[in-house]
Ligand binder design. Structure first.
Ligand SMILES: Cc1ncc(COP(=O)(O)O)c(C=O)c1O
Length: 402
């Protein structure tokens, strides 16, 4: 894949989501990106094959496409736009956020090395870290989501520091410049899953982080109708991951890429709405007599409020809180909601709600759940794009029924 030229424009998110870093040429001068639904690309004759192979061997590009697993025009246009929105040199798409996380880790981990994760993080990432990585001879530490705890966990063989920011579900915000300093001192690679923030709210690469990952299923797709993941960073650093992507082919198909790229056209608008709703609902919940505690980084009560204010432009639409009472009251509250759908995920147009102990952590033992702070009255909501007044009214009427 040819190396992109340096960024041409200093555009903001809404513009980048619509135009990428400049005009792209489409077949038939189509305004929207064509869905190139093909698994392979033909050559006119054997001389064309020869010229193509020779150019590839010499590191030149005379045409991009040969076989679907090695790249598809709809996918690549989507990657170019995602890179522009993140301000990254390169983006590589995967079929889900988890395939981006796992394949990125598998590409950059080394035998007998040590990887640091934060204890509060997406459940499947933690499961992969604790249950699978040891099988490959990789040591894993799970630490509190702070730069200090990360530095304390460093060993001579620490090779990768992987964190989310904000974390899921407690929305802990990490001091990324401090983590970069620690990583530089110990020559470790830094990988941040910034799914809950998006580049609208945080730019880890600008702070010196090496690699950023997103579940594009969430705010990038934005409509609860697709699965995708993306890894972003410097062009040369991602060469090995590009080889992995071509080898495995775990990328979304052309139609999913079309939907994802379509979602990017409203990314800036949607994030503005998500941030506004998140703040208004978090404030309402914090002052509500039936709510015990709220985690939302914009609130002064959040443990990482000072870091979040420094690093983030807005705080998104995921809010985690404790309902006063226990399992019975929490279920009554959730069952009384009219606008919130009971399902995991976040970042789409529909508002969603989960009782964490029941949905994402049901199969853990109670002891393990309590150890990682998953109590029965812990609820996570992910606000959609409905009018915030309607969301607040719905939450209040459901709380009144407890
Ligand atoms: C922070 C975070 N990372 C990764 C993922 C995994 O994404 P996907 O469901 O697209 O595999 C999720 C899913 O909720 C998530 O919240």
């Amino acid at each position: 894949m040819p190396k992109p030229a340096k960024r041409k424009h200093d555009w903001k998110h809404a513009t980048l989501g619509i135009h990428g870093d400049g005009r792209m040429k489409h077949a038939h001068f189509a305004v929207s990106t064509p869905i190139v639904q093909t698994s392979n690309y033909y050559f006119e004759n054997t001389s064309d094959v020869y010229e193509f192979m020779k150019a590839k061997q010499e590191g030149r590009t005379i045409r991009e496409h040969e076989y679907g697993r090695y790249g598809n025009p709809t996918q690549q246009e989507c990657e170019r736009k995602l890179a522009a929105v993140e301000g990254a040199e390169r983006a590589l798409l995967f079929s889900t956020g988890m395939s981006a996380v796992i394949l990125t880790l598998m590409t950059y981990m080394q035998p007998k090395s040590h990887i640091i994760f934060t204890s509060d993080c997406y459940r499947q990432t933690r499961d992969f870290a604790t249950n699978m990585l040891s099988r490959f001879g990789v040591e894993v530490s799970l630490v509190d989501p702070t730069a200090v705890a990360i530095e304390k966990a460093i060993r001579p063989n620490t090779h990768v520091i992987f964190t989310e920011s904000p974390t899921n579900p407690y929305l802990r915000v990490l001091d990324l410049p401090a983590i970069v300093k620690v990583a530089k001192r110990h020559q470790a690679l830094t990988i941040i899953d910034a799914t809950l923030a998006t580049p609208y709210n945080i730019k880890p690469l600008d702070m010196g982080i090496d690699i950023v990952i997103h579940s594009a299923t969430k705010y990038f797709g934005g409509h609860n109708d697709l699965l995708a993941g993306v890894t972003l960073g410097k062009h040369d650093l991602l060469n090995d991951l590009y080889c992995m992507q071509r080898m495995i082919g775990a990328m979304p198909g052309p139609f999913t890429c079309f939907l994802l790229e379509r979602g990017l056209k409203t990314f800036g608008l949607r994030m503005k709405q998500h941030n506004g709703s998140g703040l208004a609902v978090a404030r309402m919940l914090e002052s509500h007599p039936k709510i015990e505690k709220v985690w939302y980084p914009a609130l002064a009560s959040h443990p990482d409020h000072a870091i979040a204010k420094k690093q983030m432009k807005g705080f998104g639409s995921v809010i985690t809180f404790l309902v006063k009472g226990g399992d019975r009251e929490t279920r009554k509250f959730i069952d009384s909601l009219e606008l919130f759908l009971i399902t995991p995920s976040l970042g789409g147009s529909e508002s969603l709600v989960t009782q964490m102990s029941m949905m994402s952590f049901f199969d853990y033992t109670e002891e393990y759940r309590l150890n990682i702070g998953i109590v029965d009255n812990l609820v996570r909501i992910a606000l959609g794009l409905e009018d915030v007044e309607d969301l607040i009214t719905d939450l209040e009427q459901a709380l009144d029924r407890i």
